[in-house]
Structures are given as structure tokens and as C-alpha cells.
Write a protein that binds this ligand. Structure first.
Ligand code: 5GP
Length: 207
């Protein structure tokens, strides 16, 4: 059984990453596993424990850090966010590609630990579209929206460091693009290992 890929997806809050991940999981539940993060932020209306996040107190979160239970963690707009290690390891071992929906500081940590991580930065086509989506969501007050836009200005500088940039204008097109990326990354891996080995075996000794 081949170990699954680790795919880290980042992008501005309001870029549509959440919807993208959910739709991808609905379309191919056998191929992907979506990591559920721990956070100290308050649940938004409709969010459930263990579905969107594992909601923790600051103390509980810090205990998880100390116990080495997180692959990475970061502070984002005043709250802790982190990726539990156990689920990611188990799913990858079972052959599934694991999706992490995390911000840039987390991606840098993950890439350092697992250099093969595939990194994707998702953006709406324009910032005015981003503002429209954040306002339309109706889950955050004006001040938080402004904080998230300010954060976007910081994050955009890191977009160059990602392997892929995905413009999320049309959700179905964005999903198709993401699937193409994953498929290409599998080809890379498979070519390097199995195919080349087999060719070398067949050629055996003939130089
Ligand atoms: P939100 O509060 O909108 O759900 O998430 C805020 C930001 O935190 C988003 O950019 C999201 O991708 C990021 N995030 C969610 N989970 C994690 C995590 O486990 N680690 C890191 N580093 N960022 C996360």
C-alpha cells in the first residue's frame, strides 16, 4: 500500500477553501481524508465539535502542544490553531491523501517536517470579491472582517512560496484543478519509484 500524499491548502479567509475541501470530500471520499484541526476560537453558528474543528480552551490546547500531539500550530487573529498528528499519520498509512486546510505559518512548519508536502494557495479572483464573500457570509463583525483583510495583505507575500496557485472563481473548475494537481503529483511519485525501478530491472546490466 502506497502512503498517501500530504496536501496543505492555504489562502485568504473567505477564499472558499472550506467549500472547496467539503465538495472534494463529497466527490471522492475514498481517495481523500480531511484533517480536522484543534482551535481555541469560539464555534461559529452551526459549527459542531469534531466536524469543523475540535474546540479547545487555551489550557487544553497548550497541553496538546506539550504532549507533542500536533504536527504544527500557529496563532491566527488571536487564537491557536493546530493539526493533530495521529489522524494524519493513520490516514496516510492507509493510502489516503490527507488535506490540511491551514494558514501560512503552519504550512512552513509542515513543509519543514515533511518536505514532500504539496502546497496550494487558493485565492478569489480579486480583493473586492474577497470582501464581498466575507461580508456575505454574515458570521463575522466588521472589525473582524477588516482584521482578516489586513491578514490577507500579509499572507499574499507568501503566495510565491507555494507549489501551486489556485484561483477560485468557479467552484467546480477549482475542484477539477485541484484534482489535476493531485493526480499530477501522484504521477511524479509513481514515475520516480516504481516505473524507473522496473525499467532499470529490465535493462539489468546493459549499459
Ligand atoms: P477560521 O477561523 O476562518 O476557521 O480559520 C482561520 C484560519 O486558520 C484559516 O486560514 C485556516 O486555514 C487556518 N487554520 C485552520 N486550522 C488550522 C490549523 O490546524 N493550523 C494552522 N496553522 N492554521 C489553521
Amino acid at each position: 500500500m502506497k502512503k498517501g500524499l500530504l496536501i496543505a491548502v492555504s489562502g485568504f479567509s473567505g477564499a472558499g477553501k472550506g467549500t472547496l475541501m467539503k465538495k472534494l470530500m463529497d466527490e471522492c471520499p475514498d481517495d481523500f481524508a480531511l484533517s480536522i484541526s484543534a482551535t481555541t476560537r469560539q464555534p461559529r453558528e452551526g459549527e459542531k465539535e469534531g466536524v469543523e474543528y475540535f474546540f479547545k480552551t487555551k489550557e487544553e490546547f497548550e497541553e496538546m502542544i506539550d504532549a507533542g500531539e500536533l504536527i504544527e500550530h500557529a496563532v491566527y487573529v488571536g487564537n491557536y490553531y493546530g493539526t493533530p498528528k495521529k489522524f494524519v499519520d493513520e490516514q496516510r498509512e492507509s493510502g489516503k491523501d490527507v488535506l490540511l486546510e491551514i494558514e501560512v505559518q503552519g504550512v512552513l512548519q509542515v513543509k519543514e517536517k515533511f518536505p514532500d508536502t504539496v502546497t496550494v494557495f487558493v485565492t478569489p479572483p480579486t480583493i473586492s470579491e474577497l470582501r464581498k464573500r466575507l461580508t456575505g457570509r454574515g458570521t463575522e463583525d466588521a472589525e473582524t472582517i477588516e482584521k482578516r483583510i489586513e491578514r490577507a495583505a500579509e499572507e499574499v507575500r507568501y503566495a510565491y512560496d507555494y507549489d501551486y496557485l489556485l484561483i477560485n472563481d468557479d467552484i467546480d473548475k477549482a475542484i477539477a484543478d485541484l484534482r489535476d494537481i493531485v493526480s499530477a503529483e501522484h504521477q511524479k511519485e509513481e514515475n520516480r519509484t516504481d516505473v524507473v525501478k522496473r525499467l532499470q530491472d529490465e535493462l539489468g546490466g546493459k549499459k
